[in-house]
Design a protein around this ligand. Structure first.
Ligand code: GLN
Length: 393
């Protein structure tokens, strides 16, 4: 159909953002039969205990709607999780909402707390959903640049972005795509500004258990933040079940009331049997599971990091999550998109173009691509061999 007719037939809010580049690159990888190091999903199995629990729940006929804001078992498991990991006391009945992935969580939260015309501060480079989520609320994303290679939060620069329309700041730590785990001084600086200017913090903590250096500091644990922080997380990454779509929100009761209304009308609820399985997983899988997972990812990180540096990319070892931002300016003059396509078709390895993590297409990311390492060691070794021989012969 003629593009201007399509524009006229569709809502303007959809015109201001584009298709997900991450998922587009997954399609490009498939077309070329390349190794997909673009989209962050594991190519190894989920824990057996979790799969058994899901099958059991289905066989036990847990197949109808769960309670809209989350099955009792899931909310109980979350109360225990936040108490034991972070010393946070959460009221399961009034402060938790279980959603269809962290993606729905972020959209429901923004729709519940952000008004048209508000400003929402987003760290850049960013995970691609935050800008469109703000736009769906008719709010304005305002970007705080994190300068490579350190990708640190600069408190003065953050302070300079705050206006009387600033409603919220989105903090994703461990961070996708930079690999940063923000440290105490960075988190304290964010805390100070949120408290001083009465700003909400929306924290995306989906990689909370995938940390190699430093430790995870939930902003909600810092003084004055519990009442102004909305914690988003989920089980996709922790349990390697990205297709299950089980996300979680913890927020003070008044905010939770609003979030639950949005969530209810958007999706009714997250999949009932999979909530049972995730609750069982949180109960059954102990410290060994979490340690093994991190060690597994640390090995994978080192395999990919070694291959990328051998091939001639410039990058640093991520402190958390499972992504590496790699600068290819020593290897090619192409822009990030052309480089990603060429790498896919000629080398058989697919990254995500760096510009998809920046708001200005002509701005940052032009000589950067992002690779994931949530793949089997064999997959990463093969990708590494391809990259070494393609660039170094
Ligand atoms: N979070 C993952 C990534 O950054 C998956 C994104 C997605 O497709 N939802 O690659």
């Amino acid at each position: 159909m003629n593009p201007s007719l399509t524009q006229a037939r569709t809502a303007r809010r959809t015109h201001s953002f584009t298709e997900s580049v991450i998922r587009e690159m997954t399609r490009v990888a498939r077309e070329h039969d390349a190794i997909n190091l673009a989209q962050g999903f594991p190519d190894f199995p989920a824990p057996q205990a979790l799969k058994d629990a899901a099958c059991d729940a289905i066989q036990a006929d847990v197949n109808q709607y769960a309670v809209t804001w989350g099955s009792p078992s899931m909310r109980e498991a979350l109360v225990e999780k936040y108490a034991s990991w972070y010393g946070l006391n959460i009221e399961g009945d009034r402060e938790i909402t279980v959603t269809c992935g962290a993606t729905e969580a972020m959209a429901s939260v923004m729709l519940a707390v952000v008004n048209p015309g508000d400003e929402v501060i987003v760290l850049e480079p960013f995970y691609e959903n935050y800008g469109p989520d703000a736009i769906l609320c008719q709010a304005h994303p305002v970007f705080l640049p994190l300068e490579p290679p350190a990708y640190r939060i600069d408190p003065e620069r953050l302070a300079s972005l705050i206006t009387d329309r600033t409603r919220a700041i989105v903090i994703n730590t461990p961070n996708n795509p930079s690999g940063r785990v923000f440290d105490e001084s960075e988190m304290n600086a964010v805390r100070d500004l949120c408290v001083k200017h009465d700003i909400l913090a929306i924290t995306d903590e989906i990689y909370e258990h995938i940390i190699y250096e430093g430790s995870h500091i939930p902003l909600a644990t810092l003084p004055g933040m519990r009442d102004r922080t909305i914690i988003i997380s989920g089980l996709s990454k922790t349990f390697s079940v990205t297709g299950w779509r089980v996300g979680t929100i913890v927020a003070p009761p008044d905010l939770t009331d609003a979030i639950r209304k949005v969530h209810d009308f958007l999706t009714v609820g997250a999949p009932a049997p999979l909530q049972e399985a995730c609750a069982a997983g949180m109960r059954i899988l102990g410290p060994d599971y979490y340690q093994d997972m991190v060690e597994g990812y640390r090995k994978r990180r080192d395999v990919l990091y070694g291959a990328l540096t051998d091939a001639g990319f410039r990058c640093s070892r991520p402190e958390g999550a499972y992504y590496i931002m790699a600068d290819f300016s020593d290897l090619s003059d192409l822009d990030d998109r052309a480089f990603s396509i060429r790498l896919t078709s000629e080398c058989g390895v697919t990254p995500v173009p760096g510009s998809s993590f920046f708001h200005d297409p002509a701005g940052g990311g032009r000589s950067i691509v992002r690779f994931v390492f949530c793949k089997r060691i064999e997959t990463l070794t093969e990708a590494g061999e391809r990259l070494r021989s393609y660039f170094q012969g």
